[in-house]
Ligand binder design. Sequence first.
Ligand code: NAD
Length: 359
Amino acid sequence: MANVTFVTGDGIGPEIAEATRRCIDATGADINWDIVEAGTDVMERLGTPLPDETLASIKKNGIAIKAPITTPVGTGFRSINVHLRQTLDLYACLRPCKSYKGVRSRYSDIDLVVVRENTEDLYAGIEYEKGKDDTNEIIDWINRHTTRKITKDSGVSIKPISVTATQRIVRFAFDYARKLGRKKVTSVHKANIMKFSDGLWLDVSRQVAKEYSDIEFEDRIVDNMCMQLIQKPELYDVLVLPNLYGDILSDLCAGLVGGLGVAPGGNIGDKAAVFEATHGSAPKYKGQNKVNPTALILSGVMMLHHLGKTEQAEKLENAVAAVIAEGKDVTYDMKPDRDDPTAVGTSQMADAIIRKITG
Ligand code: NAD
């Protein structure tokens, strides 16, 4: 039996969490759930959006599945999602983007995996607010030491990219490609302009690629990559990207396969892994039993693979694919007409998936 933490989140989180848990249990995966909270709901009761027990549970079990959590605007707590990734050193964000028959999309037969570096880059949170003393100090220093000038009324965000973090994420991408029998890794960057951050990323990518002669390697400049993904996505397999480009391109790739409702993800480190949907907490749908649980359920498929429960993972993925392909017991967003009265609720879609699993 595996011990797994389930963070139920807020907004639509608890509803899709419940649907996902029931579907995973139906596979006979034999999981001992530790169900814990995070987000705005628990914040109202306990005064913190991330109770100590929640973090302690993830640390203890080393594996968690997490429903979405709202990022409060202007409260000082940047983002629980970012905080979890940093505290647990979940350095790799893995986002498979796969076409499922029955999901409306401009494309079919997409099978891409986005591997995003999670700890550095402009997302590292090293930011200086306009007008503050430390910001002025940095601006003065830069203006004294370089020919480039930053005006005093600027805010500043720092973009660190290290050899260490680049090596481990590129290795992660190659190891993943090897394990899953994939053929090619593409490293994405803007090294022609940002020579000391993205340039370093590209150099390290090339060095690491030499350790994996069995897997093809290439690189692409990020703007060109966006165009290529729209024009010929079939040319690509595993993409590895620094944090910010990874954030943007994972949404682009989710768009190729039908949107956020069907895009799963995992944040993985050496000591812990947290699986979660790509979409957020969609607060306006809270408590309506309306939204699509597929992305979190497919994150559950990734989690089962991570636990080595391949048979249960395949059972669950096949059941989800079958329900979507039939197009009957699916949520409103998967119907050709979003106002289709035959759309089912979150929990009824989970029931249909469970019926497929249990036969
Ligand atoms: P969102 O993904 O929550 O919602 C945007 C829209 O997408 C929704 O209004 C809805 O129309 C649609 N949508 C999202 N999930 C859906 C689903 N499962 N089924 C059907 N339709 C769905 O994005 P947002 O409104 O920008 O963010 C809301 C909050 O979630 C913010 O506070 C944001 O910071 C947070 N967020 C959290 C995570 C996370 O926990 N990992 C990820 C992204 C955003």
